[in-house]
Structures are given as C-alpha cells and as structure tokens.
Design a protein around this ligand. Sequence first.
Ligand SMILES: Cc1cc2nc3c(=O)[nH]c(=O)nc-3n(C[C@H](O)[C@H](O)[C@H](O)COP(=O)(O)OP(=O)(O)OC[C@H]3O[C@@H](n4cnc5c(N)ncnc54)[C@H](O)[C@@H]3O)c2cc1C
Length: 689
Amino acid sequence: MSAPTKILIYLLRRDIRIADNPVLNHLVSATDHGFTHLLPVYVFPANQTELSGFIRDGGKNPYPEARSSVGGYWRCGPHRAKFMAEAVWDLKKSLESVGSGLVIRVGMVADVVRSLVEGLAEKHQNVGGVWMVSHEGTEEKFDEQAVSALCDGKGADFKLWVDEKYFIDDRDVSIDKPQDLPDVFTTYRKSVEPLREKPRAVLPRPENASLPPILDLSVVPPQTPPFSIPETLEGLVEALTGPVKNFLPSVPRFPKKAESAHPFEGGETAAHARLSHLIKSEGMKNYKDTRNGLIGTEFSTKLSAYLAQGCITARQIHHALLSYEDGTDSTFEQAEGYGAGQNDGTAAIRFELLWRDYMRLCHQKFKHKLFRLEGFKDGYKDDEKKPKWKSAVVEQASPDQNPGPGEISSILQRFMAGTTGMGLIDASQREMIHTGYTSNRARQNVASFLAKHLGIDWRYGAEWYEMLLVDYDVSSNWANWQYVSGVGNDPRGEMRIFNPVKQAFDYDKEGRYVRAWVPEVDKLEKLENVFQAWTASEDELRAAGLEDNIMVTDPVKRIEFSVDSKPRRGGRQLTSPSGSESKPFEEQEGQDRWNDRGAQQTSDKSQGVPSIPPANRTSDPFRGGPPRGGGFGRGGRNGHTSSGYQGRHQGGYYTGPEASTRGIGGAFRGRYPLPAQERHWGAPLQHDG
Ligand SMILES: Cc1cc2nc3c(=O)[nH]c(=O)nc-3n(C[C@H](O)[C@H](O)[C@H](O)COP(=O)(O)OP(=O)(O)OC[C@H]3O[C@@H](n4cnc5c(N)ncnc54)[C@H](O)[C@@H]3O)c2cc1C
C-alpha cells in the first residue's frame, strides 16, 4: 500500500507568478510544512468572469451571468479576459518548467475546492491544507470565508497569506490599522518617505524540482459539468472572450490611423520583458516627462495590468530600478543614468506605486463604501450640499431629475460608445473599447466628465471601466472614480473639475489623439473644432460630411472655450429641457490629483473660476426632448423598452443593428450572498478585486 498523501491545494488568484511568490518560496525553503504533494489551482470565478463559453453539449450554466450591479455590464470584458487567459497559461508553463503544474477550473471558488477535496477523498487522496493569498475585495473576502469554513468541515488547514505584490509590505506601513490611514495621500506619503528605502527584498524564483511534487493529475477530479476546460491557450481565450465580445450593439471598426497603446500579452514572462525594456529604453528615466502622453506604447510604463493580476510585484519593479540606479545589473549599462542613483523618472514611478498602495489601503479602510454612490463620506451635515446624482433608473432618480431617466440612459449610451461630441472623451472611450486601455490623463477627464459635467451616477462609469479595462483593479478603479467624482479622498472634492477642451489643447496639442480615435473629425482643420465638432462653421461641417452627425447636432455637452483670447461662442446655445437658453457654463480647470504631490507638482494651473457641483447647477447641460429609449436593449430597471440606438450616426461610426440584450440599470445586484457586515445600504453592491 502506498504511503498516505497530505496534499496542499494552493489557490492562486491575483498572484499569477512564480517569482517573488511568498507561498512558493515558503514551500521551497521550509522543511517542516509536512505536505507530500502540491496542487496549484487557478479558478476563473463565476461571479467575475462569464463562464458560458466553457459549456459544452448544450448544458445549462448553473451560475447567473457575471454582470455588474448598477449598469448590468459584463464584469470582465474581452480585453482583460484575454490578458488573464494568457497570464494563467504562462503561469502553467512556468510551474511546469520547475517540475510542477497547474490545474485550471471554473466556478465559484468554494464549489471548486469542495469538488476537488471530495473527489480526491474518493480516490483515497487526503487534502491536508488549502492556502491562498488574501485580497480586500468584498467577493474575495467572501470566497476566503467560504473556503475556510469548508476546510473546517473537511479537517484541512486553511491559511491566508499576506498579499505581497504591493510597494510597501502591509507589515511595514506607518499605520497600525486601516482606520488610521490619513485621508490625504500627501500625509500618508510623508509618513513613509523616503520611498526608496521601504520595499522588502524580493523572493527568488523556485528552482527546478524544489517544490513539493505535483499530484499525479490523473487522480485529480475533472472539471464539474456542464463546464469543460480547453486544452489550449487559444481555446481558453475563446471560452472566456466569446460570450462577452459583443458588449456594444455594434462594435465599431478599428480606426485606420489609431494604434493600441497596450498591445501587450498577459503573464509573468511578458511583465518582466516589459520591465526590462522600460529600463533599457530609458522609458523609466524619462517617465516624469512622458507620463501624461496619450499615444503609443512608450508614454507610461503599461505595467498596471501585470500588477493588477500579480504577474509582477511593485517591489520587483523597485528592485529592478535599484539595480539600474546602483549600477549592479550590467544588462542595463547602456541606459543613460546607469549607476547614477535615483533620477526624476524612477522617483516618480515609486511615487505612483505608492498611490496604488494608498488606493488599496483606502479600500481596507472604507470597505463597502468604495462602491457607494455617496462614497467614503458618512452623511452630509447640510442636506442641501448632498450631490443629486442623475440616474437612468426610475426608482433611483429623484422625482424632479432633469433630464429624466430615459434621457440619461441615452446619454450614457453615447458616453460609453464615444459619441458625446466631446473629442477627448470620445477618443478615450473608443480607445478603451478597442484596446482595453486608455491613459491616466484620459481616465481623469472621462470620470470628471461623467460625474461633474453631466452629474450622472459615477458608478456607471466605474462599472464600464471594470468591464473594459485590461488593468482593472478593484481598489485602483473604484477609489480613483470616487476621487475624481468628488466623493473620495480628493481634498478638493467637488471643486476639482477637468475642462476636457482645455485638457485636449494641453495634452493633445496637434489633435492627433482625437483625430486617430474619432476619425469622423479628422477632416476638420481647426483644433477647437476637432475637440468639439459643433463649433465648426456650417461650411466646414458640410465639407467634412458632419452636418447631420449627432455629435454636431446634439452634443451632450457644450463648453465655451476661448482660443487666443477670442471667446468661442457656438452658433448653438445650450438649451435646457424646458427650452430656455442657458448661460455659458463656466469651467474650472481640472488640476489633477498630483497637485497635492508637494515638490513633485505638475504645472497644471487653475483657471480660477468657480466650479458648479452637480447639485447646484443652474444651467443644465442637456438638451431637451422626450426620452429616446433605454439602455442597450432591455432598458433594465428604468422602465423603458429600449430600441437601442436611436440617435443618428451618419458620421459612419455605428452601422450595425440597434439591438442588444442588456439594459443600463439592469437588475443584476444581489446575486451572491455576502458576509453580514457587507450588507449595508439596502441593496448591496458586490465587487471583486
Ligand atoms: C477613473 C480612473 C480609473 C482607474 N482605474 C484603474 C484600474 O482599474 N487599475 C489600475 O491599475 N489603475 C487605474 N487607474 C489609475 C491609472 O490611470 C492607471 O494605473 C495607469 O493609467 C496605468 O497605466 P501605466 O501602468 O502605464 O501607469 P504608470 O503611469 O506607468 O504608473 C505606474 C504604476 O503606478 C500605478 N498607478 C499610477 N497611477 C495610479 C493611480 N492613480 N491609482 C492607482 N495606481 C496608480 C499603476 O499600478 C501603474 O501601473 C485609474 C485612474 C482613473 C482616473
């Protein structure tokens, strides 16, 4: 009879790497862990990734569709799904290269663990422990509790490891508990400087055959039906992306002049190749000067998606920078600044990585409040000041909401599809549709536009980003949306508004970015017209074939903007829903959050005119008219039967049928049980990491 097994299941989540991995490192270095075998498992979770593409032979999906709570969008769109498939496949190859392996499964995490533990027991294989790395996402916490309870019932040890993919390790931060986190980033930053001295050492990659042996995969229970796991990367990509590809009624063609700023593959291998390239090409050294760019692969690091999935850790980035700064890695010796210590670029990268840490610490501090419409704030002293967000859902809209939910639904469709008529916003939204990426500069403008110019429930935007971003990360996404929407940790809150026209003049100086992603406006000569097509003369519009384009005939927002001190007044004034002419809407320049970076401030300057927070607007930016229908199809909970796109798109952008299956404001909340403390404000929102 063979010796009894004591198997360790290591559930990987957002730690998709083998180097600098505390769990694997412990298994290599500890002599007393007592496990006879290791079974690394990665689960594509049913609540965060749509699993219908894994179903074979007409089976029925036992899980609800993986859709968001407010807008009913897919939780994980095609870009991140592909990136994750590549990352997981790379992990599998890496584990195999050191004599181990990876089992890929789909389902709710605890369901998968149960099926493995029980199936192995039937084959007289004993699971002695289940380990995973902790994560602050509400859903991840729920998974941790469910797996822990399951282990209790099965007599297996459960262990949660510290998530070590951050810049400063949780055990070394300047605060004792999350509640002590300062509400202003600068205060926190000062408490942990100098940043270059803070990160812990990285952990080595396991050597070949140094891990406990992998369990004979023939005894591992197969994937529970009706799902089956593809045997190739291509199959995995197709299973994950197939069901979520058509997230718009008609996904537009990739514009001829545009190119992806994020053509990168997922995975630990690709992450390190990118890091090495950034140092060798001096991208890191020049980072401070280029990070506000909009076009191409080189304007910022593009390491965010790797960091989000844990393909690379922040401290690995820091240590690679150290080896370049200290001149200890000859592969970097050709790069300018080699051996010359920290420079402006490398210091700025560390600064950004600390922002990422801070957003996560905010998540630890504020927990479910990250997903609340009113944000981190606990109650407003003066009810008058409480922003009245506009909603596409009848039940959530205030009775006097103007425009009504139907019109907001229409505006949301155009915001998401990039046909608002505001060039910078439309370019960014279309870039994200096509590539899963858009720059930080563009993200700030997009979020500010939705929340502060349009006054629409910012969570629609956050969920849209969740679906489309290749680098979606629960803390970074939701905390940044709150920050820009004025309900998070921005000390200037509602007062900071980005003027997307001025921002376009400042950061898209020749209009290349907007022209590339919004090809309809390419023929317009003047930049002011490219950035807001409605400002062009009738002759210019006719020559460009734009006279009937909805971005011209019905822009969702018009911003008066002066070029060379000459006020630009549109032929069309804003018209309130009642039909009265509105006053020009004064904008305060959107200084970005880096204003509170002390010595590292950027040169953004306020135009010094007062902003108008959503609640206090006197001039409504929307045009009137009856509701034009609901969301992408069903209209969700907004009481409308949608006819999809009803605007005119003669600009040639949308050509396909006007139908889809889901509505903005769809009722997809409350699908999975939550820990009691998370059931907080009526219908809880559940979000992942
Ligand atoms: C509305 C909005 C939503 C966002 N959603 C996400 C998200 O889901 N995931 C995400 O990783 N970032 C998010 N960001 C932050 C930032 O835009 C991206 O991290 C950055 O654009 C990614 O590109 P990069 O890797 O080239 O960044 P770089 O400029 O090269 O920065 C280096 C790294 O620092 C971190 N970082 C930089 N800026 C921020 C920031 N503001 N907050 C947190 N971390 C930061 C990222 O990990 C990034 O990879 C969001 C920002 C806004 C305004």
